[in-house]
Ligand binder design. Sequence first.
Ligand SMILES: OC[C@H]1O[C@@](CO)(OC[C@@]2(O[C@H]3O[C@H](CO)[C@@H](O)[C@H](O)[C@H]3O)O[C@H](CO)[C@@H](O)[C@@H]2O)[C@@H](O)[C@@H]1O
Length: 521
Amino acid sequence: MFNQSCCCTLGPLFHMGWYHLFYQYNPYAPVWGNMSWGHSVSKDMINWYELPVAMVPTEWYDIEGVLSGSTTVLPNGQIFALYTGNANDFSQLQCKAVPVNLSDPLLIEWVKYDDNPILYTPPGIGLMDYRDPSTVWTGPDGKHRMIMGSKRGNTGMVLVYHTTDYTNYELLDEPLHSVPNTDMWECVDFYPVSLTNDSALDMAAYGSGIKHVIKESWEGHGMDWYSIGTYDAINDKWTPDNPELDVGIGLRCDYGKFFASKSLYDPLKKRRITWAYVGESDSVDQDLSRGWATVYNVGRTIVLDRKTGTHLLHWPVEEVESLRYNGQEFKEIKLEPGSVIPLDIGTATQLDIVATFEVDQAALNATSETDDIYGCTTSLGAAQRGSLGPFGLAVLADGTLSELTPVYFYIAKKADGGVSTHFCTDKLRSSLDYDGERVVYGSTVPVLDDEELTMRLLVDHSIVEGFAQGGRTVITSRVYPTKAIYEQAKLFLFNNATGTSVKASLKVWQMASAQIHQYAF
Ligand SMILES: OC[C@H]1O[C@@](CO)(OC[C@@]2(O[C@H]3O[C@H](CO)[C@@H](O)[C@H](O)[C@H]3O)O[C@H](CO)[C@@H](O)[C@@H]2O)[C@@H](O)[C@@H]1O
């Protein structure tokens, strides 16, 4: 957690045994402004050291902000950053910077390129619709490429550039991809995923057995969208597998607070990790009185869900399991319709929970109730009862359930005989004293015939990260309980369905705190 960091998680990189995270950061206040590149490092992605700010606004071309961008590590070990400068007239110009000393594992000092800016807005693009240059990668033809997010009118798009020297960039005539009515695409990310195994691929991977993902962050809406498709590197064009799941209209990386994410190919463990800015959801006044705002999620691996082929799986990095202690197991607890069962686990403010739920198959077949329009976000939350849901866990709840955050499944039988399963987080009663959004987050989650319903929850005081079906649908929430804190925070199982009992089995671990410190020089 960092004093007002905001917006894109910038070019993460791995250098000499350290994971580096750069992020939009205001050194002076917990609100957006004075945008600089904050810098933190970790050896394990769990415990972090905060380093001196890497870049601050100093020049005419970035005096209104050193905005988002990326870093690139070349095969010869050279490193550079590309970023958007918010110029003195607020136009968005692309700039370059390099670390002063490559033999410094911490890459403390950065210097801006003398001939910045290296790119001006192309004709036909708004001066403020042109930002967040990506990591540079090399295609199968040996050409080096960089992409940026933009829009024309209301059509969001990814622009593609070629470069031969990593400083001069030539814009291609056609975008990599665009989708009408999706507005400005911020912080675009583009990466390959394997169709054959869970090993991540670095950007150079291309050919059969590979799909490519475009991720964009929807300006002003705090939502990150992704789509899986095929990249034609010869023509620098990308096509979605399913036009109904195109970028910005189909699937989200997370259905809660998770914005402006950026991924890293981790060369050490051959995996792709993503981080995003998990903003506060109470008022700016609260940010000011706390003196800080915004956290980052525990790093999440990304792989293609090879069972559905339609989804990605976002899952907490394995390192987080090193924080687990005092694991307790609960087996086959029967939850009758309308039941709420406290789980005796002691303090319940920092938890890792893995739970499975088994619905009575006879009840599922027998129910005559159908609901074709159920949706988490339009529902009344966990209080809305149906024949086959909701059931799940209430976290950060006080003993009287005056405050609680239910995370649950809701199965809706459809008129055509099929079912849709929804994964939701209900923030309507998370806090008795709260001046922010009171909403229900969530979406549908595919559940295949041979699968149980499973969820994993990471609970950490004001953050609840929920992962359904191995990470097919993910919800990150910020909640601000006033009573359900420290020793008063409890964990409950519940089944608010009217027509089925549910069997729950779960393992719950207490979680030690991660260490976040200033680096001692
Ligand atoms: O920090 C800038 C980077 O953040 C991104 C993605 O989140 O753009 C956000 C954006 O909005 C910020 O500035 C607004 C004032 O201009 C402010 O109202 C808003 O709350 C902020 O998040 O930043 C740019 C530049 O101002 C603006 O066009 C965006 O909407 C990313 O695209 C930027 O690189």
